[in-house]
Design a protein around this ligand. Structure first.
Ligand code: BGC
Ligand code: CA
Length: 406
């Protein structure tokens, strides 16, 4: 190689280095982005926010199949009522009365669960082809317009009351609110409550401890948090696993794949070098909405012993990646509310285990559950990260995040 060739080559190398750096700096808009747990959508209509879901070609949503899970929850409750039809009506008034704790009226998961319960118990009222998910508030006399009386085994089923459990500062899915409202409901119509239903275990367990455990009133939740599963041995009637062990893996895995520029199905539908792979009973992918949905499982007294620790990684995807194949990368990840029961006791511990297995160095940012800015203020140096994982306070607010990734 002569000097001239060397010179040309080194100019070429320097040029590509400069161009490469230019493409990288300010390239945050092109970096992998995953929305997780809260799907970008209109909080009044539920319509998906496609601009956010297709922000770039490395954008995904990871959640779970909300309708399939809600249907399972409704079915689990209806089955319980059928199996206990002779004893369920505690005051013998011919009415199976239930109360329902609602998480967040603008959250697709919460809406789906109201529909699932009302559909299975026959208490839903259709409006425009869809069951109305609105809170009935107090309906002891059966006069509310958003619900109607259903019928199971010759008994009337009535939603005695339902309410969105939001606290004074605006945090939703609020367990403390549920724990205090069950007291108010019990004080005025406690002997009429035969079943307690909740959109999640955080609120369900608060009501169980405050009232229904002592009264031996069956209580149903959702999430399969460890404390709720353990409570099945003490009378908690059942919950649904939304497969946080699958979701937490997918949330980090889609980023890992996109950063590495490998087949997006690596370690998901097809085994990676370490043997990690999921099966189609664990999840499905919908290309149109760029969304991965985990499939739920019911957890009752029949099978709860298999679910006692909700923070155990899922064995088929628990193999360590090598640092040669997957060098360490930096991820920014926020949790909309650092004190959300499910996210802090089940989901985050799983993320923290998978981040090691996938060689990802994750900065965990815990929000206050009330304002988006509390979180976005802490995405002040996006250049520092290779990818982002966002859990919004409000599902309408995707643009507050993408605006920072320019
Ligand atoms: C969970 C809730 C949780 C919420 C947070 C839902 O999927 O079931 O427990 O509070 O996600 O967004
Ligand atoms: Ca009754």
């Amino acid at each position: 190689m002569n000097n001239r060739t060397l010179f040309v080559l080194s100019i070429a190398a320097a040029t590509s280095l400069v161009f490469g750096m230019a493409a990288f700096a300010g390239g945050n808009a092109d970096k992998p982005l995953v929305w997780w747990n809260r799907q970008p959508s209109n909080s009044s209509t539920g319509e998906l926010d496609m601009a956010a879901l297709t922000w770039n070609d490395k954008t995904y949503y990871v959640g779970f199949d909300a309708s399939q899970g809600a249907e399972l929850q409704g079915q689990m409750i209806a089955d319980y009522i059928n199996e206990n039809i002779d004893t369920i009506d505690r005051n013998g008034d011919g009415i199976i009365g239930y109360v329902l704790a609602i998480g967040d009226i603008g959250h697709n998961d919460s809406i789906a669960r109201n529909l699932g319960v009302r559909k299975a118990l026959g208490t839903g009222v259709e409006a425009g082809g869809e069951i109305d998910p609105s809170p009935a508030e107090t309906n002891v006399d059966g006069s509310a317009s958003v619900v109607q009386d259903g019928e199971i085994g010759g008994l009337t089923v009535r939603e005695l009351a339902s309410h969105e459990m939001k606290n004074a500062s605006g945090a939703t899915w609020d367990a403390a609110t549920a724990g205090s409202i069950i007291g108010t409901w019990a004080a005025s119509f406690g002997d009429q409550i035969d079943v307690v239903i909740s959109n999640n275990d955080g609120m369900g367990m608060a009501m169980f401890h405050a009232w229904s455990q002592a009264e031996e009133v069956p209580t149903f939740g959702y999430d399969a948090n460890s404390d709720a599963v353990a409570a099945i041995a003490e009378g908690y009637a059942g919950t649904i696993s939304q497969r946080a062990d699958v979701q937490a893996y997918l949330t980090l895995r889609v980023l890992r794949n996109a950063i590495d520029g490998v087949d997006p199905d690596t370690g998901i539908g097809i085994a990676d070098e370490a043997g990690n792979v999921l099966s189609d009973t664990d999840y499905y992918y919908d290309e149109a909405s760029r969304s991965y949905y985990a499939l739920n499982l019911a957890v009752t007294s029949d099978n709860y012993e298999d679910f006692l620790d909700s923070t155990v990684v899922y064995a088929p995807v628990a193999n360590q990646l090598s640092e040669e194949a997957a060098p360490v990368k930096n991820i920014w990840l926020d949790i909309y509310n650092a004190s959300d029961n499910f996210l802090s006791s089940t989901y985050q511990p799983l993320l923290e285990k998978y981040d090691d297995l996938l060689n990802l160095n994750v900065a965990y940012i815990g929000g206050d559950g009330q304002t988006e800015s509390n979180i976005t203020n802490r995405l002040d140096n996006p250049d520092q990260y290779d990818a982002y994982a966002v859990n919004m306070v409000k599902t309408d607010n995707a643009a507050s995040y993408t605006a920072l990734l320019q």
